[in-house]
Design a protein around this ligand. Structure first.
Ligand code: HEC
Length: 117
């Protein structure tokens, strides 16, 4: 009584390949979504604090640090440069941290201290 040899319905490899491609595509998309989030907001070589302030800080503190709406005036702040550096490192309350190099955080703190009252 020989069983009839059933022909393979379809090569099993194709499903494995499809699953592999699907996983690869999903991983690629996840990577693309994740990459911009991990990029520092400020290009590491950028030294123009005026331009960085305009892009990263003015939205809350106003273009000259005079404050805006519920966000505080920072021109003439009583905080020391070191305190400002620390706050830029960690953020505070609604203020996000300033994602930049340590040298840029120091330069930004100096820039803030120079803003006219
Ligand atoms: C989303 C709005 C927002 C952005 C963007 C923002 N800040 Fe702030 N900042 C705040 C808020 C809110 C506070 C008050 C935090 C607190 O004390 O609770 C603050 C406080 C400060 C202070 C302290 C002022 C003081 O005298 O206590 C400094 C200095 C400062 N910000 C600088 C900056 C700089 C420089 C940037 C850009 C790199 C920046 N902030 C971006 C919202 C913002």
């Amino acid at each position: 009584m020989a069983e009839p040899i059933a022909p393979e319905p379809s090569p099993p490899v194709s499903r494995v390949t499809l699953a592999g491609v699907a996983i690869f595509v999903a991983a690629l998309m996840a990577l693309l979504l994740w990459l911009p989030g991990t990029e520092p907001r400020v290009p590491p070589g950028e030294t123009d604090m005026g331009a960085i302030f305009a892009r990263n800080c003015a939205i809350c503190h106003g273009p000259t640090g005079q404050g805006k709406g519920k966000f505080p005036k920072i021109a003439g702040t009583e905080k020391t440069e070191e305190e400002i550096v620390r706050q830029l490192e960690t953020g505070k309350g609604e203020m996000p941290k300033f994602e930049a190099t340590p040298a840029q955080r120091e330069a930004m703190a100096r820039y803030v201290k120079e803003l006219r009252k």
